[in-house]
Design a binder for this molecule. Structure first.
Ligand SMILES: Cc1cc2nc3c(=O)[nH]c(=O)nc-3n(C[C@H](O)[C@H](O)[C@H](O)COP(=O)(O)OP(=O)(O)OC[C@H]3O[C@@H](n4cnc5c(N)ncnc54)[C@H](O)[C@@H]3O)c2cc1C
Length: 389
């Protein structure tokens, strides 16, 4: 009989908790900079219990908020560098249309982020993208830089390159406690590790991990219905494989925050989702009373009948995913107010994947005590009323 395995004990230059896309990129940047780094993940990889799984995420330059728009060129470059390092393709450029009412301030901010490009009216949009219907008074903005990131493949790639740079990834190992100090101690289900710096990127579990450190962040995990819709006639340009991504601002017959991606995951099924969800606990995400209404699915069906008539208005596949939202839907990228060698990256509010290479770089820089290469002022913890014990 094999002897029970000994608890692990080791000291590193840095520890990162959570091997989603943000923690994996933070660890990757640390390892590229020759820091001996431990990346810890509670579940065996790959898993689908957090926020980074699935085949696709939208990336784009069009951003209504300037701090994100300013980071996007850097992000596109870093994704390209990862593709080269990993020797695999992680991105398909499809373009994206932002649909909104003419004159909408958010649409104008997006237009500004693209250098004040032309708007398309309903007729021009119908000629270029026959699947999408606009209603009177609505216009579209074209972002030709946008496209789809292959999410699962990207996560695997960044973790592979991290390991190639000498990093250690331990999955199936949950962090149970963090002991602050000049050299921190992290206790997991399998061992005890020490390092002079720690990055916490634990997605929907971040609140529970930082609360014992006296930090109460307003992070709300949300359960998201990820819906795929069948083309009525397979292969039509309704919104099929070759069509662009889209996202809506408030439209006359649809609310803000519906977005879609071309059929990638499942042949002939187009992903159309709502950028909102129901409050949940990450441990109870799959529990719903039998027959519970799914308001997002109903809302999406109505949108599809009105704006994407080439799709069946009933979802063919519904999966789930988690957002972790802050009240202003802006990220948290900051030091712990009391323990400055603990860095927190959280609250990505459903739009963090595309920016993960830059987020990881900023978290790495903060952990090394360097001036971050983009201002992290908009992402400061101090904007929330937090109680530090
Ligand atoms: C349906 C959906 C669609 C989206 N679409 C887009 C999009 O189009 N474009 C875009 O830019 N973004 C999009 N996002 C958002 C993006 O995917 C997330 O912002 C991003 O994946 C968040 O990554 P994360 O690393 O913070 O979280 P996660 O991926 O959840 O990673 C956190 C990890 O920490 C681990 N962990 C937690 N606690 C512990 C512990 N105690 N010990 C060890 N490990 C622990 C978890 O198991 C998890 O693996 C979407 C998200 C969803 C859900």
């Amino acid at each position: 009989m094999a002897a029970p395995s000994q608890p692990q004990q080791a000291t590193y230059d840095a520890i990162v908790i959570g091997a989603g896309i943000q923690g994996s990129f933070a660890a990757y940047h640390l390892a590229r900079r020759h820091r001996d780094t431990l990346l810890l993940e509670q579940f065996l990889l790959p898993h689908s219990r957090g926020s980074s799984h699935g085949q696709s995420r939208i990336t784009r330059s069009a951003y209504p908020k300037a701090p994100y728009a300013r980071m996007m060129p850097d992000s596109f470059q870093l994704w390209q560098r990862l593709e080269e390092e990993a020797g695999t393709s992680l991105y398909r450029q499809t373009g994206l249309v932002v649909l909104g009412p003419a004159g909408d301030p958010e649409l104008e901010s997006c237009r500004h982020s693209l250098g004040d490009t032309q708007l398309l009216d309903a007729v021009t949009l119908a000629q270029r993208f026959p699947g999408l219907r606009l209603h009177p008074g609505e216009v579209a903005l074209w972002d030709g830089t946008a496209g789809v990131l292959f999410a699962d493949r990207a996560l695997r790639a960044v973790q592979d390159v991290f390991r190639r740079h000498g990093g250690t990834l331990r999955d199936g190992e949950k962090v149970l406690s963090i002991q602050p100090g000049a050299v921190l101690t992290v206790t997991t289900t399998a061992g005890m590790y020490r390092a002079p710096r720690l990055i916490i990127t634990a997605g929907a579990w971040t609140g529970a991990l930082v609360a014992p450190l006296g930090l109460h962040l307003p992070l709300q995990p949300l359960r998201i219905d990820v819906c795929y819709w069948r083309e009525k006639e397979p292969g039509t340009p309704s919104a099929g494989r070759t069509s662009p991504c889209f996202m809506t601002l408030g439209l006359s017959q649809a609310p803000h925050g519906i977005y879609g991606l071309p059929a990638l995951e499942y042949p002939g099924l187009v992903k159309v989702c709502h950028h909102h969800g129901s409050p949940t606990d990450p441990e109870e995400r799959d529990w719903a009373p039998p027959g519970a209404p799914r308001p997002d699915v109903t809302l999406l069906s109505t949108f599809i009948s009105s704006y994407l008539p080439g799709l069946e208005p009933r979802p063919a596949v519904v999966e789930t995913c988690l957002y972790t939202n802050t009240p202003d839907e802006d990220f948290i990228l900051d030091r712990h107010p009391k323990f400055s060698n603990i860095i927190i990256g959280a609250g990505f509010s459903g739009h963090g994947f595309k920016l993960a290479p830059v987020v990881g770089k900023l978290l790495c820089e903060l952990s090394l005590g360097e001036e971050p290469s983009h201002s992290t002022a908009p992402f400061a913890i101090s904007r929330f009323l937090t109680a530090v014990l």
